[in-house]
Design a protein around this ligand. Structure first.
Ligand code: AMP
Length: 400
């Protein structure tokens, strides 16, 4: 972040898309905490700060009469919390590019903070609308994007608005910078061996990631629901486990690609199986390719835990995306827990570890291991796309 902000008004796109309870209190402040270093630095350096963010999906969840549910999706609910953590009164504009935002921005003094209303109250936000973005840009002298979680969206407040600022007047915030820097550690010249662990429900969600990883990792471990599509593709009996019949060929191609590229591909040898999709189901351990009909694999088994853990221990760089089983149910959380522990252990022994995207992040946090890995990404979909090698519009708009 190399902007000269003293005496300026700085428009900062943050990700304040936080969960609220029925009294509209913030129940998980991770995202707000993530943005605080940037906001505090800009204030310390003598600027006025105008914050903007989205909250939820107000366009998709309209009221019965077709209007926006302002009460439910208003960012005004965040103001008390934000005032407390910034130790000053945060002003609030009940619009984003309307008269209130304009007059409050114009009157804003160094050290003061203004929060604009939810950017997604306007349908123009998601369209990346030029005029909407231009008006936003007129509120401030400089622009900082610190919302990595939405960097894969070409929205007005994350992307288009940056085009209205000169290169010397726009920058990433600290959070964006560290997300990019840490992902690049894995993508560009990583210490080796480089091991990737990919899990989650479906192969179809992770095709691009798996294909890309096979180009540059040394070891690839596949767990979670997607492992059963691989098991079936190679002739295994998988009972009632999750499977994507239309991805069986793809699974074979990925296995072939791993061989061609000399990547050690590890699939779970055994699974914890259950007779229904429930934490109370009867459960057992079975070889992954011999699951009886009526049973489904809901977690990786003890042999898989052992071989995955050994592979993780041998790595100098580790990337993990997606849980190894239905970790939300305590009886099927052991595989994910064990892998989290193995990653933490390898980190302690000097490996670099990045937990990138979605449920594996939730799992690591749930297990209290977030501080024992090198980096936990805040950007689910954005991190996935970055790791897939895509150019994220929010990054490009700053870098030019
Ligand atoms: P994803 O969002 O693709 O990372 O998928 C995460 C979801 O995959 C979690 O909600 C897990 O419960 C689910 N999942 C993981 N393993 C399995 C499995 N063996 N069968 C069904 N769902 C699974």
């Amino acid at each position: 972040m190399n902007l000269d902000v003293a005496g300026k008004k700085v428009l900062i796109r943050v990700d304040f898309n936080v969960p609220l309870n029925s009294d509209f209190e913030v129940t998980d402040d991770t995202r707000i905490q993530g943005a605080l270093p940037t906001i505090k630095k800009v204030l310390e350096d003598g600027a006025a700060v105008i914050l903007m963010s989205h909250l939820g999906r107000p366009q998709k969840k309209k009221k019965e009469d077709g209007s926006i549910d302002v009460e439910k999706f208003s960012l005004k609910h965040i103001v008390p919390y934000l005032s407390k953590v910034l130790d000053r009164d945060v002003k609030f504009a009940s619009d984003t590019v309307g008269p209130e935002a304009k007059s409050l921005s114009a009157a804003l003094k160094p050290g003061e903070v203004l929060l604009l209303e939810n950017t997604r109250f306007s349908p123009l936000e998601a369209k990346g609308d030029e005029e909407f973005a231009r008006t936003l840009s007129t509120l401030a002298d400089q622009y900082i994007n610190d919302a990595f979680g939405t960097a894969h969206r070409a929205h007005a407040s994350t992307t288009t608005v940056a085009n209205f600022f000169e290169p010397s007047n726009k920058s990433f915030g600290f959070l964006m910078e560290s997300e990019i820097k840490n992902a690049d550690k894995v993508l560009k010249n990583p210490p080796r061996p480089l091991a990737a662990i990919v899990g989650g429900a479906k192969v179809s969600d992770k095709i691009l990631l798996l294909e890309k990883l096979l180009d540059f990792v040394d070891i690839l471990m596949v767990g979670g629901g997607m492992a059963y599509t691989f098991a079936k593709a190679t002739g295994g009996e998988i009972g009632n486990s999750l499977v994507e019949e239309d991805k069986l060929d793809l699974a074979l191609k990925l296995i072939e690609k791993a061989k061609e590229n000399g990547v050690k591909l590890l699939l779970p040898e055994d699974s914890v199986v259950a007779d229904s999709f429930s934490n109370d189901a009867a459960s057992n351990v079975s070889d992954t390719d011999q699951i009886e009909s009526g049973w489904m694999g809901l977690d990786i088994g003890p042999k898989a835990v052992k071989s995955f853990s050994e592979a993780i221990a041998s790595a100098k760089c580790i990337l993990w995306n997606g849980p190894m089983g239905v970790f939300e149910m305590s009886n099927f959380a052991n595989g994910t827990k064990s892998i989290a522990t193995a990653v933490a252990e390898a980190t302690k022994n000097g490996a670099f570890s990045l937990i990138g995207g979605g449920d594996s992040v939730a799992a690591v946090k749930q297990m209290g291991l977030a501080d024992e890995v090198s980096f936990v990404s805040t950007g689910g979909g954005a991190m996935l796309e970055y790791l897939e090698g895509k150019e994220l519009p929010g990054i490009k708009a700053i870098q030019g």
